[in-house]
Design a protein around this ligand. Structure first.
Ligand SMILES: NC(=O)c1ccc[n+]([C@@H]2O[C@H](COP(=O)([O-])OP(=O)(O)OC[C@H]3O[C@@H](n4cnc5c(N)ncnc54)[C@H](OP(=O)(O)O)[C@@H]3O)[C@@H](O)[C@H]2O)c1
Length: 345
């Protein structure tokens, strides 16, 4: 994929900003690529090699690089492969780097702790080291997470001490702290966006919210008869992913690099989410939901609720989509996906 870029890069409008996104094929990466393309960025996405297609979330953005006016370029790469990261960043020299790549499933991080730490923490270090070594002037965004707060009492803000409860969260803490170290030690413009859960129709199907909305749609379409879930008492602050990627971009446009909590400020339990999703299509969730111990984490995080007042004050960011609307957006998308014409208003 890279040779196309070399050829077309020469014709680039010099004022056009260049962004590099790791994790471009993920939920956030796809929305961020859309946002940056709308803003006329030249966008470079790192795609990991897979034996099955992993670009479905960005297929609608992809254009034949032989054609004129192409602004999206994809490159094979992996955050566990320093050599490729070095070559890509040295060649592209982006104005902005968004590090979204991760083994991002908290429960899975207990099964794959070493791989999770390698992608999440050491992957971040690799990128920061390349910026330092090549003396790039790139701005850097790190996808930090509310999971870092773990057991800390809500509401959690930028000043709340981290108490991670999973390999994923511990790796995100290390990555977040490295961002602070590289910012202070080397003057790199590096931001940590501490994002609380954010969901969308593009959320992976094994993540709780999507599992529920797709499960409800499948049950209604008679393609599934039970939905197996884990901890129904956990409380989360759920927002809408497209609004959260806008916050990432806003952080990167400020004069000074900083860390920001991005959240809705509201928290709801898993059972509230489930009850609402089933209730919206007239089903009683108790008839369909079964608890399976395998979905419980060895150490749970009970209550996350973000205080986004710093982002509101400094970035002028605030969420518009709240809990009920979010559930409706996801449910409507999944009802359509399974072939039902029902639409929830
Ligand atoms: N969504 C949330 O609620 C939330 C909250 C806080 C923080 N975060 C963090 O924000 C980032 C984006 O989240 P998301 O919801 O968009 O996650 P996601 O849908 O799981 O996407 C993760 C992306 O990382 C890529 N990836 C995984 N391992 C990689 C590797 N070794 N090298 C290169 N790329 C790799 C994936 O590629 P494939 O498509 O090939 O799997 C995918 O593109 C993640 O770092 C996540 O931990 C998310």
């Amino acid at each position: 994929m890279r040779q196309f870029y070399r050829k077309f890069h020469m014709k680039r409008d010099k004022k056009q900003k260049i962004a590099f996104i790791t994790g471009v094929t993920g939920q956030d990466g796809s929305y961020l690529a859309e946002l940056l393309l709308r803003k006329n960025y030249e966008v470079h996405g790192m795609v990991r090699r897979s034996s099955t297609f992993n670009t479905t979330r960005i297929d609608h953005l992809y254009k034949d690089p032989h054609k004129k006016g192409v602004n999206l370029f994809l490159h094979y790469g992996d955050v566990t492969d320093s050599n490729t990261v070095y070559k890509l960043l040295g060649e592209i020299r982006p104005d902005e780097i968004y590090n979204l790549a991760a083994q991002s499933h908290v429960r899975v991080s207990f099964d794959l702790p070493e791989y999770t730490v390698n992608t999440v923490a050491i992957g971040t270090l690799r990128l920061l080291e390349v910026i330092r070594d090549l003396k790039l002037e790139s701005r850097f965004y790190q996808a930090s997470s509310s999971e870092m707060f773990g057991d800390a009492k809500p509401p959690q803000s930028e000043w709340t001490p981290f108490q991670p409860r999973s390999p994923y969260a511990a790796a995100k803490v290390l990555a977040h702290q490295l961002v602070g170290v590289y910012r202070d030690a080397y003057g790199i413009f590096a931001c940590g966006g501490i994002l609380f859960n954010h969901e969308s129709p593009r959320r992976g199907e094994t993540f709780l919210t999507r599992k529920v909305t797709l499960g409800v749609a499948n049950i209604l379409a008679k393609k599934q008869d039970k939905l197996y879930l884990g901890n129904m008492d956990a409380k989360r602050d759920w927002g809408f992913a497209p609004e959260y990627v806008r916050a990432m971009w806003m952080m990167m446009q400020k004069k000074k690099a900083d860390d920001f909590v991005i959240a809705t400020g509201e928290s709801h339990s898993v059972s509230e989410f489930v009850e609402l999703a089933f209730g919206l299509v007239g089903l009683n969730w108790k008839r369909f939901v079964k608890i399976d111990q395998k979905y419980f984490r060895p150490t749970e995080v009970d209550f996350l609720q973000g205080d986004f007042s710093k982002a509101k004050k400094i970035l002028g960011w605030k969420p518009k989509v709240k809990f009920e609307e979010l559930v409706k957006i996801m449910l409507n998308s999944d009802l359509k996906k399974v072939g039902l014409s029902l639409k929830i208003n």
